[in-house]
Ligand binder design. Structure first.
Ligand SMILES: Cc1ncc(COP(=O)(O)O)c(C=O)c1O
Length: 355
């Protein structure tokens, strides 16, 4: 028996997404994103976000982030983000590469979150001289790399600090759906109404096979995006097959169902593990990821029982929380696919090791 909680991406694509792909496959259609499915998906996204938007579809989250940030940054510009953000830690420098040399600056914060104070002070401390790179963008991960969600009020407070200093607000929404269903608010409330200017709208982790959208809420950010996408090799010639994934994903709120399923699995796993001796949670479980601090014996027992997960960085633990000798901080991610029995299998393995 094996329980794979290594990543959201251990799951394949969901059935409605595959069905939509098959339905879109027949017959000729215009290429390069000028097909009726792409146009329909952009309208669906505009309806979802309750306003005119510009949406560009791409196949990976790294491409979405790198293109979005490049559209907002001069080559000499600085993007502030959390020190453990995917954009700074896990994209092999793609944002800097796509933005022709712009730089990312990581800031500390508990649970992967930036605070308005940290952000404001960091920007205000930067020297304002042509020898130094000026801050132009702040990037927020929703949910964060520690599985926490920013509320609309928290985003608005950060956006107020950023906008007052002339910065653009980018949101890396690789797990946007998981944050949205946790908060129970609208996509508009979680983005442009709170001050987000440009969003990487993730869909791959939550049911698509390779589909993400860059959604710009400010028309002037869009000017360069199409050229940047093509120039970087991210304009798919058979664009309808990219759009079809979104068609299946968004239709009948399938994406929200998937996110609710993933979050419920994580809540079940979190509650079960937290009740076992030798395990404590590193951060509360607010989306589809569980971060647990395990004794070395528990870590070995879970692995021996076939549970697959990754170690995680303790850098953004709360003040006063730290790993004891031999303890490990690990991340277990629930995709949209696990059955309650998969979750219960891990909890049972932990309980029997904890006895
Ligand atoms: C916070 C975050 N942003 C973006 C991504 C997108 O990455 P990829 O390029 O693998 O689709 C990920 C994937 O792990 C992520 O966790």
């Amino acid at each position: 028996m094996s329980f794979n909680f290594a990543s959201d991406n251990v799951a394949g694509a969901s059935r409605p997404v595959l069905d939509a792909l098959v339905a879109a496959n027949g017959g000729p259609m215009p290429a390069y994103g000028t097909d009726p499915i792409t146009l329909r998906v952009v309208s669906m996204l505009a309806e979802l976000f309750e306003r005119d938007i510009e949406a560009l579809l791409v196949a990976t989250g790294t491409a979405a982030n790198a293109l979005a940030l490049a559209a907002c940054l001069d080559p000499w510009g600085l993007c502030l983000c959390h020190e453990e953000a995917h954009v700074i830690d896990d994209e092999c420098g793609a944002p800097e590469f796509f933005a022709h040399g712009a730089k990312l600056l990581g800031l500390p914060g508990t649970g992967g979150k930036l605070s308005p104070e940290t952000l404001g002070q960091a920007i205000d401390r930067l020297p304002r001289h042509e020898k130094q790179m000026p801050a132009q963008v702040v990037s927020l991960s929703q949910a964060t790399e520690a599985g926490l969600v920013y509320t609309p009020d928290e985003i608005a407070a950060l956006a107020a600090v950023a906008h007052a200093r002339g910065l653009v607000v980018h949101m890396d929404g690789a797990r946007f759906a998981n944050a949205l269903v946790q908060l129970g608010c609208s996509p508009a409330a979680l983005t442009w109404r709170a001050g987000v200017d440009i969003l990487s709208f993730g869909a791959t982790k939550n049911g698509c096979f390779a589909a993400e959208a860059v959604i710009a809420f400010k028309p002037d950010l869009v000017r360069s995006l199409r050229f940047r996408r093509k120039r970087s090799g991210h304009t798919l010639s058979k664009g309808r097959l990219l759009a079809a994934q979104f068609d299946g994903y968004l239709r009948d709120d399938h994406w929200l169902d998937n996110a609710r399923h993933a979050n419920a699995a994580a809540a079940r796993l979190s509650a079960g593990l937290a009740g076992v001796a030798g395990i404590r949670l590193a951060w509360p479980t607010q989306a589809n990821e569980v971060f647990a601090i395990l004794s070395s014996g528990m870590d070995a027992a879970l692995k021996a029982a076939g549970t697959i997960y990754h170690p995680w960085s303790p850098r953004s633990l709360a003040d006063g929380e730290r790993l004891g000798p031999g303890e490990a901080l690990v991340r277990l991610v629930c995709s949209f696919a696990p059955e309650p029995s998969d979750v219960d299998g891990v909890i049972a393995a932990a309980r029997s090791a904890g006895r």
